[in-house]
Design a protein around this ligand. Structure first.
Ligand SMILES: C=CC1=C(C)c2cc3[nH]c(cc4nc(cc5[nH]c(cc1n2)c(C)c5CCC(=O)O)C(CCC(=O)O)=C4C)c(C)c3C=C
Ligand SMILES: [Fe+2]
Ligand SMILES: [Fe+2]
Length: 333
């Protein structure tokens, strides 16, 4: 900028936190509606529609909703689904962090609040510039790209669009690694046992997606390596939540939990660095079923550590990575 350039008035800026989405209730009907939207997304299931739709509607949506509803019911809170409640708290905690000209909101890729609705609400409040922030540290087309697709699709319907930025993946960002290390160190110090091993469990995806060029697997591996360096201890990396018959990323978390006690690893702590908020995948699949698997195999001590959620370290990290994006839009008064 030339030195004597007059200050440019800063237009209002919106920040939209985006996470995956979750059912409205822990019952089969709500879970079916949610899964129908989620699993119809061609970014999530990359099988030709003509082959996939009969399987989805003929088999999956008839059988899975009641099983999943049972999983959701075990972790449901007074504020609703943990993922929704925590994402809401993250938006509240960040509100005001960037000054009076920056409005915070949140949306879900599937279900509510919808991305299109919240973008329209930010625009109606006068936000001419909006940062869409998918809260996935590791980029995956099935998560990051589809969240951005939904934002671009919403803008495609507007005559007068706001300017848009999207938050890049932050899997190797020093602020993210430091927040994870702080959180893991604090959680381990609060345990009443010393684990023989710490496992880092990431959400899986089909092996084919890696072969097609998705960087997710590499991002997960790099996060784990940097976190391991920061903690000064080895981390066992694994991938959870296998879905369908295709080969998914390995090693699988449940297989590893069942095998470790036989190898003398009887005390375990599990961290899920790829989830910015605790959800059914961490609270039910890891904390409840993972524990059962590990103890049934002969393990004696098990702990699933909390995600960053709205902890002080987690919020400070989000502030840092969001501020970095907003700086390009801000001007001194
Ligand atoms: C964090 C990254 C995630 C990736 C990558 C991902 C890929 C992926 N997921 C499915 C299928 C399901 N995932 C489900 C829940 C779920 N998934 C993520 C995150 C990622 N998914 C989160 C945060 C959640 C929790 C949602 C909540 O409400 O708490 C589910 C629903 C639950 C169930 O029925 O088991 C399914 C199904 C696929 C196919 C996929 C492919 C790349
Ligand atoms: Fe998933
Ligand atoms: Fe799961």
């Amino acid at each position: 900028m030339p030195e004597n350039h007059p200050p440019i008035p800063t237009p209002k800026i919106g920040v939209l936190l985006v996470n995956l989405g979750t059912p409205d209730a822990a019952e089969a009907g709500a879970v079916r509606r949610y899964l129908a939207e989620f699993l119809s997304d061609p970014r999530v299931v990359e099988i030709p529609r003509i082959a996939w739709m009969p399987i989805l509607h003929g088999i999956i949506l008839r059988t899975r909703p009641s099983k999943s509803a049972h999983a959701y019911a075990q972790v449901w809170t007074a504020e609703g689904s943990p993922l929704a409640a925590i994402t809401r708290r993250q938006a509240v905690a960040l509100n005001g962090a960037f000054g009076p000209g920056v409005v915070l909101d949140y949306a879900m890729r599937y279900g509510r609040p919808a991305i299109a609705d919240r973008l329209a609400a930010l625009k109606a409040q006068g936000c001419e510039r909006i940062l869409v922030a998918p809260l996935y540290p590791q980029y995956c087309a099935a998560t990051t790209a589809t969240a951005n697709d939904a934002a671009f699709a919403a803008l495609a319907t507007m005559r007068w669009q706001p300017a848009l930025r999207t938050l890049p993946p932050y899997y190797d960002d020093p602020a993210y690694i430091a927040a994870l290390a702080t959180s893991v160190r604090e959680s381990l110090a609060a345990l009443d046992f010393e684990p023989d091993a710490v496992m880092a469990s990431f959400h899986g995806m089909p092996q084919r997606t890696l072969e097609l060029g998705d960087p997710y697997h590499c991002h997960c591996r790099k996060t784990a390596r940097l976190l391991s360096d920061a903690l000064g201890r080895e981390l066992l990396v694994c991938f959870q939540s296998r879905f369908g018959r295709a080969k998914w990323l390995e090693p699988a978390t449940d297989t590893m939990l069942a095998a470790l006690p036989g190898k003398g690893v009887k005390r375990i702590a599990l961290v899920a660095p790829g989830f910015s908020a605790d959800c059914v995948e961490t609270l039910e699949e890891l904390s409840i079923r993972g524990r059962e698997t590990f103890l049934a195999a002969g393990g004696t001590h098990f702990a699933a550590l909390p995600c960053l959620n709205d902890s002080a370290a987690g919020i400070a990290m989000l502030e840092t990575i969001i501020m970095r994006e907003l700086e390009g839009w801000m001007r001194l008064p």
